[in-house]
Design a protein around this ligand. Structure first.
Ligand code: PGA
Length: 252
């Protein structure tokens, strides 16, 4: 709930410009607030940038005042939807059961869900990170099977790292991602593993993005605060491009 229509469109335009002519173009999904979706869609039309929403109701339509349905998102050609962000869980009482309904609704409507999971500071300090994310995955993905064309994005976001300026270390994240992949393989069929992307989120910025993206286990980043400052966001895009180049040249 930071940028409005104008600010979101400006980030979208800046992103387009930053990627123009680049040799290595990372997969970029912009997820503005609901009110800015249409405008951002117009800006990124005919580009490779995709559009995502930050939340979604699980019901198709009806008396659910204040909610935004999958059909409504479909009208603006949304392709992705962030589900179960820790702020949704903390301030709006979303639990794993609701996240599960939303994940299923996302697939029914041909969206790719970006399912957020992550432990609190207390859970982290108590060494309960793996247990926490495993529970969130088992409950949130219960009954979900992927067809050969469907993708699943998991965003591992330790709550203590979100907006705090104190990210987790890349090696700690890589270890947790490895564990998450194992759990996802158990929950969703292992043969679909290559359709599952595991992102890291939590105080990613222009300076540290490369150190996360270069880790083999980290498939991408979910960026909050740094995505609303264009300069910072462009640095993250550059870091992603550098990693792609390094991979191609066998340096990573
Ligand atoms: P941050 O936010 O990048 O500002 O830490 C991440 C998020 O809200 O998902």
């Amino acid at each position: 709930m930071n940028l409005g229509i104008r600010g979101s469109a400006a980030v979208a335009r800046g992103t387009l410009m930053a990627l123009r002519g680049e040799e290595h173009i990372p997969e970029v999904i912009l997820c503005p607030s609901f009110t800015a979706l249409s405008e951002v869609r117009k800006v990124i039309a005919r580009s490779k940038i995709d559009l995502g929403a930050q939340n979604m109701a699980w019901e198709k339509q009806g008396a659910y005042t204040g909610e935004v349905s999958p059909r409504m998102l479909d009208e603006v050609n949304v392709e992705y939807v962030i589900l179960g962000h820790s702020e949704r869980r903390e301030y709006f009482c979303e639990d794993d059961e609701m996240v599960n309904k939303k994940v299923k609704a996302a697939y029914q409507n041909h969206f790719t869900p970006i399912v957020c999971i992550g432990e609190s500071a207390e859970e982290h300090d108590a060494g309960e990170t793996q247990e926490t994310v495993a529970d969130q995955l088992r409950e949130g993905l219960k009954g979900v099977t992927l067809s050969s064309r469907q993708r699943l994005f998991i965003a591992y976001e330790p709550i203590w790292a979100i907006g705090s300026g104190e990210p987790a270390t890349p090696s700690e994240v890589a270890e947790t991602h490895d564990y998450i992949r194992g759990v996802v393989n158990q929950v969703v069929e292992p043969k679909r593993a290559e359709q599952v992307r595991i992102l890291y989120g939590g105080s990613v910025d222009g300076e540290n993005a490369y150190s996360f993206l270069r880790e083999e286990e980290i498939d991408g980043v979910l960026v909050g605060g740094a995505s609303i400052k264009l300069n910072e966001f462009v640095e993250i895009l550059d870091a992603a491009g550098d990693v792609m180049e390094g991979l191609e040249e066998g340096e990573i």
